[in-house]
Design a protein around this ligand. Structure first.
Ligand SMILES: Cc1cc2nc3c(=O)[nH]c(=O)nc-3n(C[C@H](O)[C@H](O)[C@H](O)COP(=O)(O)OP(=O)(O)OC[C@H]3O[C@@H](n4cnc5c(N)ncnc54)[C@H](O)[C@@H]3O)c2cc1C
Length: 269
């Protein structure tokens, strides 16, 4: 289906983009367009103005910092999958980014778009919560920092408010190990369930696809019985759909959490 008519702006600075968004409550940021253009074609979203973020230098790229990595909101999934510093400092991000959809989606789709759309089946939200990432959100009153575990608010909802933009994501340098496991609809498909784990003295387990936002659990250890027990005690109420009933997703959550924790333990050793 063709797009409905929409105004388009391509600002070259963050300030300009924020002014455009603040001036029009029906404006939407356009990143890779992989989700937004599709929902506009389906008439599920009908913004008056698209504010294209692709010409804003400060949102691009991936930098190594003293503490770890700084991912620009406009870094693509392909850049995340291939970046040498990501492979060295937090390889789980590269591994998971490489599993997202297909080459075209990874080449166009951005890290910022992936987390700001907060589709509960997306790959990156659980991983970013597990690794303890911090999101930078810019608005009229400056930049505020939000821990990833508070960033995801509900289905398609995040802490980014009207007139604000996600500018980047800080990921701390790896101290222990990380893991990720998923069951998808076919090869490279959407996740039916996924789990991320970080083992670093404590064991953080984050479940995806079983609630409106990633479910963060702390396990007393990364051993299978401890991880299974913490998932079982979480009283998950996942959705049922054509791909899986709730009971299957609940069972997958425990299996995938154990696999992710095992992988994280191996990486930490
Ligand atoms: C066929 C297909 C299969 C896919 N499969 C998967 C999959 O298996 N796993 C997975 O994780 N993802 C999957 N995706 C999603 C994809 O990885 C992209 O992350 C996603 O489409 C959004 O990224 P984008 O850069 O295209 O954002 P856009 O579509 O441009 O934007 C998405 C939303 O985020 C907002 N937004 C974007 N950037 C910012 C910002 N910096 N600040 C504030 N708001 C912002 C936009 O306004 C919009 O509401 C799939 C997409 C497609 C089309």
């Amino acid at each position: 289906m063709l797009l409905a008519s929409v105004e388009y702006a391509r600002p070259s600075s963050l300030d300009e983009a924020l002014s455009l968004l603040a001036a029009n409550p029906n404006a939407r940021a356009l990143a890779g367009g992989q989700t937004l253009i599709n929902v506009m074609k389906a008439r599920i979203a009908a913004p008056e103005l698209l504010v294209d973020l692709n010409a804003i230098p400060e949102l691009r790229g991936i930098q190594e910092t003293d503490n770890g990595l700084e991912l620009g909101a406009m870094a693509t999934c392909t850049q995340l999958a291939r970046h040498e510093a990501v492979h060295r400092e937090r390889p789980i991000l590269a591994k998971v980014a490489a599993q997202i959809a297909d080459v075209q989606v990874r080449n166009r789709g951005t890290v910022g778009g992936n987390v700001c759309s907060n589709d509960p089946t997306n790959h990156l939200p659980p991983v970013l919560v597990a690794v303890g990432a911090t999101m930078s959100i810019a608005g009229a009153s400056g930049i505020r920092l939000v821990p990833a575990e508070e960033f995801f608010v509900g289905v398609y909802l995040t802490a980014v408010g009207p007139g604000e933009l996600l500018t980047g994501i800080s990921v701390p340098r790896r101290q222990g190990g990380d893991g990720f496991a998923s069951v998808t609809i076919g090869a490279d498909g959407t996740c039916i369930a996924n789990a991320a784990a970080t083992v670093n003295g404590s064991t953080r387990i984050v479940l995806g696809c079983v609630a409106a936002k990633p479910v963060l659990l702390e396990a007393p250890s990364a051993d299978e019985p401890a991880v299974r027990a913490v998932v079982d005690d979480a009283t998950l109420d996942p959705p049922s759909d054509v791909h899986a009933p709730a009971a299957y997703r609940r069972q997958l959550a425990a299996v995938l959490a154990v696999r992710a924790a095992r992988q994280a333990t191996r990486e930490a050793a």
